[in-house]
Write a protein that binds this ligand. Structure first.
Ligand SMILES: Cc1ncc(COP(=O)(O)O)c(C=O)c1O
Length: 438
């Protein structure tokens, strides 16, 4: 007698088989259709069934030079033979060197760095510094911002409302989101730029004064609101926010975990604004796929934070691994030497012009916005306020895969600064299997 076939039987090694094992073993957040990757090279990925994909999200928005870069692989092998992990209360040479590389590329006023493993943690360190220096507790954030997933910064997020459900009460309560979204396409107070004179900052300051204790340690924002809709603030916005922070006696923390380095046409995104933040959080792209992130701040603030004895500097188990630092340093050097910021600016102009063409032809596209290789098209219709939960990627992870609104995903072709120049016919991919896979 033939044994009954299990309803769950799947060919060993196939996608279906790996998906079953994934579901059984990992509590993960998965997009549809389900894909299980096995290998990557440059801009391409291959799944366990041998299908080829173009990686429009560059790993987890992190691989500025693509997968398996030969020079980085060499550094990885070289450094792994020397030292890959150490006790963080001692220093290690590649970590010092990477800090110096970042320092040399940062403007005066961002003089010292403190490493961490993920972007959320870099923001947590930024909050430690702000609270330690100002001795204040309140932190206010921008509506539509995303600062990570650890529970302290989760309290500052205001995209994807449902993701916070049942997690509270959080350390930073909802009332900390007092800075109105700098979204000129759908102005939160119904005004038009430039005649508005950036009234949104004035209104935000009033709101902050009303709902805070009056002792505000920091204002935190992304330089471009990434997950909240790739919202590029008007040029006056960041300088006004910095002035507001100064009036409140607070520090301005810029979270450039997603938008830096090199992606926007400058090394750092804040360079477009003419201001230097008091504290900067970096992640994703600075690590070239290695778990190394950073907080950078002014020397005097770092010294005061140290004196405040509030647990600064941060020195967690994986805060600044020598192995990761060595790879990240080489990646940064390659990007700097190859003038990838300039390349991002050039390709960004091309991307923007083609998206504007599409906008002309398709009424559904209401707004095209972005900078460098970060772009997004916005629906003309529909209530797409960040946090509404209706259109946020974070609250609807499946939506993109279902293709309900292709334009919503256009920013994702943006994150890899090494992508070929399409104008020069450098795009070799075509649809091929990559298209079939999606
Ligand atoms: C702007 C921004 N800040 C912080 C984070 C959190 O980074 P991580 O996932 O490395 O903790 C993210 C992640 O997407 C982000 O986009």
């Amino acid at each position: 007698m033939t044994p009954p076939t299990s309803p769950h039987a799947t060919p060993a090694g196939s996608t279906a088989d790996w998906v079953r094992r994934d579901d059984a073993a990992i509590l993960g957040w998965r997009h549809l259709p389900r894909v299980v990757f096995e290998r990557g090279q440059g801009l391409r990925l291959w799944d366990v069934d041998g299908r080829e994909y173009l990686d429009f999200v560059s790993g987890h928005i992190s691989l500025l030079l693509g997968h398996n870069h030969p020079e980085l692989r060499e550094v990885l092998i070289e450094q792994s033979a020397k030292l890959w992990h150490h006790y963080k209360y001692f220093a290690a040479t590649p970590v010092i060197e990477f800090a110096e590389t970042l320092k040399a590329a940062l403007p005066e006023g961002l003089d010292v760095v403190n490493f961490a493993a993920v972007g959320s943690e870099a923001n947590e360190i930024a909050l430690r510094v702000a609270r330690g220096v100002t001795k204040a507790f309140d932190v206010v954030a921008v509506i539509g911002g995303l600062y990570g997933g650890t529970l302290t910064v989760e309290g500052l997020n205001s995209i994807g409302g449902p993701r916070k459900r049942h997690l509270g009460p959080l350390l930073n309560p909802a009332r900390t989101s007092t800075i109105l979204t700098p979204d000129c396409y759908r102005c939160p107070i119904g005004l038009k730029y430039p005649s508005c004179d950036i009234e949104c900052v004035k209104a935000s300051e009033e709101l902050t004064e009303r709902v805070s204790t009056g002792d505000v340690a920091a204002i935190i924002t992304e330089s471009i609101l990434g997950a909240g809709g790739m919202i590029v603030p008007p040029p006056e916005w960041l300088p006004r926010l910095k002035a507001m922070a100064e009036r409140l006696g607070a520090l301005l923390i810029l979270d450039e975990v997603q938008v830096a380095p090199f992606k926007t046409g400058r090394t750092w995104c804040f360079e477009h604004s003419g201001i230097v933040p008091d504290v900067l959080a970096l992640g994703k792209g600075i690590g070239a796929g290695m778990a190394i992130t950073a907080m950078a701040t002014r020397q005097d603030l770092a010294d005061r934070a140290r004196e405040a004895e509030v647990g600064i500097p941060w020195a967690g188990t994986f805060a600044g691994e020598p192995l990761y630092a060595a790879v990240a340093k080489r990646s940064f050097e390659i990007l700097l030497a190859g003038n990838y910021a300039h390349r991002a600016a050039e390709r960004g102009e091309y991307l923007m012009s083609r998206l504007r063409d599409l906008q002309q032809r398709h009424e559904v596209i209401g707004d095209v916005r972005g900078r460098g290789l970060l772009h997004r098209c916005r629906d003309r219709e529909g209530f797409d306020w960040p946090g509404s939960g209706q259109h946020d990627d974070a609250s609807h992870p499946m939506e993109c895969a279902r293709g309900r609104s292709a334009c919503r995903r256009i920013e994702q072709c943006s994150q890899n600064v090494s992508c070929p120049d399409h104008r020069a016919g450098g795009h070799r991919g075509g649809r091929g299997k990559a298209g079939a896979g999606h």
